[in-house]
Structure formats: C-alpha cells, structure tokens
Design a protein around this ligand. Structure first.
Ligand code: FA5
Ligand code: MG
Length: 340
C-alpha cells in the first residue's frame, strides 16, 4: 500500500500539461471520484486498524498535494493562453495586400466597349493569325496593293497565304460571312505591321473595329456615331475632323482626327505639331465587301471604322511615347487604376 501511494505521489509530481485538455486529464486520473486517490481511500478499508490512522494521514497529504497541483496546472494554462494573445498586437495595421493595376490599354478598351455597348453594339472576336483572303482579298485589296508587300505585313515563311493580321478588319469579314445582317458590333484586338518603331508607331498595336450594317445606314450615321464617341471618350469640348481618305474596303472613306489633348493645339510630337491626332480610319462599306460575304448591297448598306487603342490612350493620359505600353516598367504601370 505504501509503495502504491509513493508511486502515485511521483506520478502527480511528474505530471506535465501544455494544454487545457491535459488539466482535465489530471483531474480525472487523480482527483475525481473514480480517480486513483479515491481508489486508495477505498483500499484503506482492508488494512488493520492500527495502520489505518497512519495511512489516512499520508493519503490526505497526497490528496492535498494533488489538489494544489491541479490548481497550479489550471493557472499555468490560463496564463499561457493569455500570453499567446499578448504576443499579437491587435491594434497594428495589417500588412497591405499589394494589388496590381489594369494596363492602360485595357482601361481604354473597357471604356470603348462601354461607350459602344450603350449604343447597342456587341463585342466580337477574331483570329490574329489570318489567311490572305480574310485580311486582304475579301476586303477588296487589289492583287498588287502595297499593303500586301513584305515591308508591311508579317507573312509566315513556309506559307505566304498565312499572315499576322495587319488590322482588325478581318473580323468584319468573318462576322458577315458567318451570320445574317443586321450587324452592330465592335471588334477589339491586336494587330501586327512590319514598321519601324517610334514614339507614335509600333510593329504591334491594338485596334477596335466597328461595323454597322442594316437597311439605310448612311455617312451621317457614321459621323454622328464617331462624334458621340469622341465626346464620351475625351469630354464634350473635344473637336473632331474628318479628312477624305482611301481604304479599298470603304467608299467614301475618311480618317478621323481629334483635337490634340496633349498640347491643346500648341504643337507637340504626338500631333506632329498640327494640333490634330488621327485616331481612326472609317467609311461606308464597299459594295464588293458585302458581295464577298454574300450580302446584297442593294438591300443593305453600312459603315465601318478602325481605331487605334494606343493613340487614344496617349491622348487620354497625356503619354507622349507609345513604347511605354510594352516595356513593362512597373513605375509607369502602377500609376493606373487597380480597379475598374
Ligand atoms: C486601318 O487599319 C483600317 N483597317 C481602318 C479602317 C477600318 C478603315 C474600317 C475603314 C473601315 P489605319 O492603317 O489608318 O487603318 O490604322 C487605323 C488606326 O490604327 C490609326 O488611326 C492609328 O490610330 C492606329 N495605328 C496605325 N498604325 C499604327 C502603328 N504603327 N502604331 C500604333 N497605332 C497605329
Ligand atoms: Mg491611317
């Protein structure tokens, strides 16, 4: 009996806890009614009356020891969990979550889409790797047109019928061939030209094509649509200018200039010191183009335009070199909105 008491005494002394559940385990094992110490008290009944007094005293001491150890354990766990909380300063600000920003060309693209969607235009898409027919022939380019020559177009070496599209006008053709008129769509995308890179021109850039084909669509619809666009995009004081131009796929054709928002007419490198910046080519869809797509030009007419996203973004943000758009300089990019 004495040995058993000594053994349990050692167990009590050696008991270690590092969490709340351990304290409860200690209580069940030693202090509870079914615990080891109660068991020992039960055992007292079987010893002689002479030893009983002595044993009772030792057992009571063990019981007190276990109870004070229990208190100690409880307190140590409690102060430990308080301590865990004070390890954190809950008043400190959190580490800022660095979010990226939208690329300025995307911000312009979103805005263009927003403006035209309100006019009932939907957004269409087409391939960047294109065949000669969709990029040139269907668009009424004559067989010997200079745009087909090597200096303007990136051809695929093994197959000169395949090229990187030089404009988004190929999507007009795909749309009109695949579906039935009327059409009212814009078609944003990347285009490629074998051109020298400068502050205002790149060998790859972005365009948004527009196409509106229905009965009785005329030049006044084109003019009013682009006028509305310029005011929405650049503010109501913006002036636009239409210059007669030539595209094989439109007749008549016009290039659209807006008043230079960078120098306000004083002259700068973006407007080539003219006070005007060309943002788009446009015109009335050539009857041959409609015919190539199986649309009767006697029944349907339409207008089309193709605008440069880089040029528009330069004007919006007073950026005087479009090379900044593709250099991925974080100091440039982080100046733009992170939410749209
Ligand atoms: C075209 O590409 C015609 N497909 C536009 C068109 C569509 C006319 C539908 C009629 C009907 P252009 O080559 O002018 O046209 O280019 C259109 C716009 O793209 C230009 O006004 C300019 O804003 C932009 N752009 C042209 N070349 C570059 C370049 N190298 N770098 C950046 N932007 C360019
Ligand atoms: Mg042009």
């Amino acid at each position: 009996m004495k040995e058993r008491i000594e053994q349990i005494r050692n167990e009590v002394l050696a008991f270690l806890v590092d969490e709340k559940a351990g304290v409860e385990k200690f209580r069940l094992e030693f202090i509870s009614k079914k615990g080891k110490i109660s068991e020992l008290f039960e055992g007292i009944k079987s010893v002689t009356a002479g030893d009983r007094k002595e044993l009772g005293k030792v057992l009571n001491e063990l019981k007190q020891l276990a109870e004070s150890k229990f208190k100690e354990l409880q307190e140590s766990i409690e102060s430990k969990s308080n301590h865990d909380l004070t390890d954190f300063d809950l008043t400190l600000p959190t580490i800022p979550n660095k979010t990226g920003s939208h690329h300025p060309l995307n911000l312009t693209r979103y805005r263009i889409i927003e403006i035209f969607e309100r006019l009932g235009f939907n957004v269409e898409d087409g391939p960047e790797i294109e065949d000669d027919w969709h990029n040139f022939t269907a668009l009424n380019f004559p067989e010997n047109h200079p745009a087909r020559e090597m200096q303007d177009t990136f051809f695929i070496e093994k197959n000169p019928d395949i090229l990187l599209r030089t404009h988004t006008s190929n999507v007009q053709i795909r749309l009109m061939k695949d579906r039935k008129p009327p059409f009212r769509a814009i078609m944003p995308g990347r285009v490629y030209r074998n051109e020298a890179i400068s502050a205002r021109a790149h060998c790859f850039f972005h365009q948004v094509e527009g196409l509106y084909v229905d009965k009785n669509v005329g030049f006044s619809d084109l003019k009013q649509t682009l006028y509305h666009f310029a005011k929405e995009m650049f503010g109501k004081d913006t002036k636009i200018r239409l210059r007669p131009s030539y595209f094989p796929f439109t007749e008549p054709s016009a290039e659209i200039d807006i008043s230079c928002l960078i120098c306000h007419g004083k002259g700068c490198n973006v407007c080539k010191y003219s006070g005007w910046v060309e943002i788009a080519g446009s015109g009335i869809v050539h009857p041959n183009v409609l015919r190539h797509c199986g649309i009767d030009p006697e029944e349907y007419t339409g207008f089309a335009f193709g605008m440069g996203i880089e040029r528009i973004t330069m004007l919006r943000h007073s950026i005087n070199d479009l090379r900044l758009f593709s250099e991925n300089d974080i100091r440039f990019l982080k100046q733009f909105k992170s939410v749209y």
